[in-house]
Design a protein around this ligand. Structure first.
Ligand code: GLA
Length: 392
């Protein structure tokens, strides 16, 4: 009798354990590549394998890029058992084959679906098939799932994403869960325990003003980002042709400052030297991947001129000076003020100028910190990024 009661008690406890996402994933912002921005529905096995080859050999893997994510359009239907059917024309060997290929390169494999009944391109969505799909993804050795929000009609966002979180957890394979709900229901307020990243806005467009509008929408969200759960201002457009090299450098720098996921969205098989240099700037990526996991806050907004600060581990700091205007501008910058700036108070310790050297991240040289005031000239739509590095 006693053991019977114990068994009931045990079952009640086990089956009522709080549902959870996979912990310990995305401890720094995920880095990788996604097919959508450049290729839209034109995805195939050949393309994805080519991208994996390029990422492995062109320095991006060494720079930290890891996930290769196929966005919409890989799926065509469901069979009579409800199983999702892969487009056999475009992916003749199926998804497990592709996953194995990507894994053989030391990279990780991501896929896309949607919380609604259809994906945004009208392909089969996940609604009602969450547990079945999660098992399928696990059997394909998927490492990352981007989950969209089209055809969700009156669904409750939190509840919908929680179903998929639970399904992934039950399937047992650790999968980074990327919520793509466009910020409509303020996921930053509820998704910390649901996913590892959440889109904060609608889709990015490969234009300076569109990119900056998304950047501006992140301003109030800094406190919601931390290791394991990040604001996602959408995938990168660097290299896609709609902005100047200077503007792409700014785009990449801002995304790094925001501790944003860095999902390249260009054709890795055909890119120029400048694009690769931007995407693989090691110091800029180190700022993005800093283990403290802080998103930058805006210290000063003088209209066209802004100063953004990102606190880094070990009492270090990254500073981004941004010229949004259409003209070149010259500014006077007070280095100790930048070093000591804090989002909630003006600290005196532990920030002493003599303890730091200052790296200009894009120029790759050190700035002389002997004088408090320095003059900085910024071309239109450009940034200057400094890292205050503590002397060892
Ligand atoms: C939505 C998402 C995009 C992309 C497309 C695919 O618009 O926000 O990032 O995934 O769907 O159809």
């Amino acid at each position: 009798m006693k053991s019977y009661i114990l068994l009931i008690l045990f079952s009640v406890i086990v089956f009522n354990l709080p549902a959870q996402k996979f912990k310990n994933l995305a401890q720094t912002p995920p880095m990788g590549w996604n097919s959508w921005n450049k290729f839209g529905c034109d995805v195939s096995e050949e393309l994805i394998m080519g991208i994996a080859d390029a990422m492995e050999s062109n320095g991006m893997k060494d720079a930290g890029y890891e996930y290769i994510v196929i966005d919409d359009c890989w799926q065509v239907d469901r069979n009579e058992n409800g199983e999702v059917i892969v487009d056999k024309e475009r992916f003749p060997h199926g998804m497990k084959f592709l996953a194995d290929y990507i894994h053989s390169k030391g990279l990780k494999f991501g896929i896309y679906s949607c919380a609604g009944t259809k994906t945004c391109q009208g392909r089969p969505g996940g609604r009602g098939y969450e547990f079945q799909d999660a098992r399928t993804y696990a059997s394909w050795d998927v490492d990352y799932l981007k989950y969209d929000w089209c055809y969700s009609t009156t669904q409750n966002a939190k509840a919908s994403y929680e179903i998929m979180r639970d399904a992934l957890y039950k399937a047992g394979r650790p999968i980074v869960f990327s919520l793509c709900e466009w910020g409509q229901n303020k996921p930053w307020e509820w998704a910390e325990d649901v996913g590892h990243l959440w889109r904060t806005t609608g889709d990015i467009v490969d234009r300076w003003d569109a990119m900056m509008a998304i950047f501006d929408a992140q301003k109030e969200l800094a406190n919601y980002a931390a290791p394991g759960h990040w604001n996602d201002p959408d995938m990168l457009e660097v290299g896609n042709g709609g902005m100047t090299t200077e503007e792409y450098r700014t785009h990449f720098s801002l995304w790094c400052m925001l501790a944003s996921p860095l999902m390249a969205g260009n054709d890795l098989q055909n890119m120029d030297k400048e694009t690769l240099e931007i995407l693989t700037n090691k110091e800029m990526i180190a700022i993005n991947q800093d283990t403290l996991g802080k998103q930058a806050f805006c210290l000063r907004d003088n209209g066209d001129y802004e100063i953004w600060i990102k606190k880094l581990a070990g009492d270090e700091k990254a500073v981004c000076l941004l010229n949004r205007s259409d003209e070149e501008k010259t500014f006077e910058v007070n280095l100790p003020v930048l070093l000591k700036s804090n989002d909630y108070y003006w600290a005196t310790d532990p920030y002493k100028m003599k303890d730091y050297k200052i790296l200009d991240v894009w120029e790759k040289n050190n700035v002389n910190g002997d004088k408090d005031l320095i003059t900085v000239t910024l071309p239109s739509h450009s940034v200057k990024v400094f890292r205050f590095i503590k002397n060892k």
